[in-house]
Design a binder for this molecule. Sequence first.
Ligand SMILES: NC(=O)C1=CN([C@@H]2O[C@H](COP(=O)(O)OP(=O)(O)OC[C@H]3O[C@@H](n4cnc5c(N)ncnc54)[C@H](OP(=O)(O)O)[C@@H]3O)[C@@H](O)[C@H]2O)C=CC1
Ligand SMILES: O=C(O)[C@H](O)CS(=O)(=O)O
Length: 485
Amino acid sequence: MGSVTLSDPSLFREQCYIDGQWCDADDGGTFTVDNPATEETLGTAPRMGEAETRRAIDAAHAAFPAWRDKTAAERAGLLETWHDLMMEHQDDLGLLMTLEQGKPLAEAKGEIAYAASFLKWFAEEARRAYGDTIPAPKPGQRIVVIKQPIGVTAAITPWNFPSSMITRKAGAALAAGCTMVVKPASATPYSALALAELAQRAGIPAGVFSVITGSAGAISTALTDSPIVRKLSFTGSTEVGSKLMAQCAKHIQKVSLELGGNAPFIVFDDADLDKAVEGAMASKFRNTGQTCVCVNRFLVQDSVHDAFVDKLKVAIEAMNVGNGMDDGVTQAALINRGAADKVMEHIEDALGKGATVITGGQRHERGGSFVQPTLITGVSQDAQLCQEETFGPLAAVIPFKSEEDAIRIANDTPYGLAAYFYSNNIHRCWRVAEALESGMVGVNEGLISNAAAPFGGVKESGLGREGSHQGMDEYLEEKYLCMGS
Ligand SMILES: NC(=O)C1=CN([C@@H]2O[C@H](COP(=O)(O)OP(=O)(O)OC[C@H]3O[C@@H](n4cnc5c(N)ncnc54)[C@H](OP(=O)(O)O)[C@@H]3O)[C@@H](O)[C@H]2O)C=CC1
Ligand SMILES: O=C(O)[C@H](O)CS(=O)(=O)O
């Protein structure tokens, strides 16, 4: 990995993990993994396809009975050991993540703690897969509902949170008694393979958790063509999520989808503007704007518009753009040049429709996939960014007059993942929170993601919830027992 040395170099894996074994692709094929900040090659990962995927599915199938039959406490203990190993190696795992994904090192280490928190959360939830007994309508009968693990599951995960998007799924699946085959994003395989290394060290049995890298199409086809796989969990674009949902129909596989967003951030005239700016910065610029719950559109009420924009400009200009490995950097390279092109396309389109640049607006002088953190105002509602997720460091402000205008504009999107608003009027807070078409709402809060909360969207932002006590239900089947006399 260039000049970077891990304290524990064995966490850097360039092979996949199938059935407890580290292996290359059958044909020896590999793909390269680059550092987004320097565009240097970090290493390679196996280019696997259908044959390797089928072996991983078969291993998961073979491992399922014994894993299912462990007690919840035994599964919980192994998840807690995996959590502890993640935290013990937090620095190395953070380094790996910054090298392959680009995010500032402090954020990467933060994501490792966030990722580990899902293992700890679901270790606790494992012990609470409660069933029901229901008074029967017929004398002598008894109605009992038990919960059982769904079986072999699969996950396809994105590059923006290369560790936590895996543990948010695998933690729930393994806690429920399921086994899982994971295909991480090709841009960020090393965080996933390091998780597999630590799962092996934690004593999670062979076949229970496998990680395969390579052709997304071939791997996903093998996963959705197999009736052994009973559930697929996906985080990524709505376009791919829709394709996968259709593929899962063939064998009626359960599917969970965490997809794209288009989050509105509404600042009302009765907001605390300093808190609103704090929340705006946290939500907009986390991971250099590359999260599915990032603000995509700022809606600011006329009477506070200029004051809010002035404060936001100061906060944006205080950020430090650079290589995520360097101390003090708070905005990093985007995942690739294509992502930077998309941000510039959104800026240029909005300017062409009458918007004004308040700060930024250009590619960063560092070149490559760096973009200046940008603030634009006077954004027209027919701008491309109002219908498409920018996924980058662009704060776009749309003015509004009334509360009704704000709700109408906010809901004018096929997406509904996260929404945010700031107001000190409790009656308005209830009205607006209930009116927003979104799975999650931050009320006077810009950071809403944690393992205890049900994370998920409505409309074209997805299906199902992850985390919280709902997260494990995605991996459990309810069985109704009718006990006759
Ligand atoms: N909801 C969220 O958290 C996320 C949303 N997004 C949104 O998606 C946009 C595109 O980002 P991107 O990373 O390209 O997201 P994708 O949806 O393309 O990729 C996410 C995952 O899906 C895999 N994948 C890609 N194409 C297919 C396919 N045809 N069948 C099965 N799996 C597939 C990818 O594999 P591979 O890497 O090998 O191509 C990756 O593992 C972003 O700009 C953003 O708007 C992106 C990431 C996270
Ligand atoms: O997919 C994402 O962008 C993540 O879900 C964001 S979060 O969970 O870290 O908020």
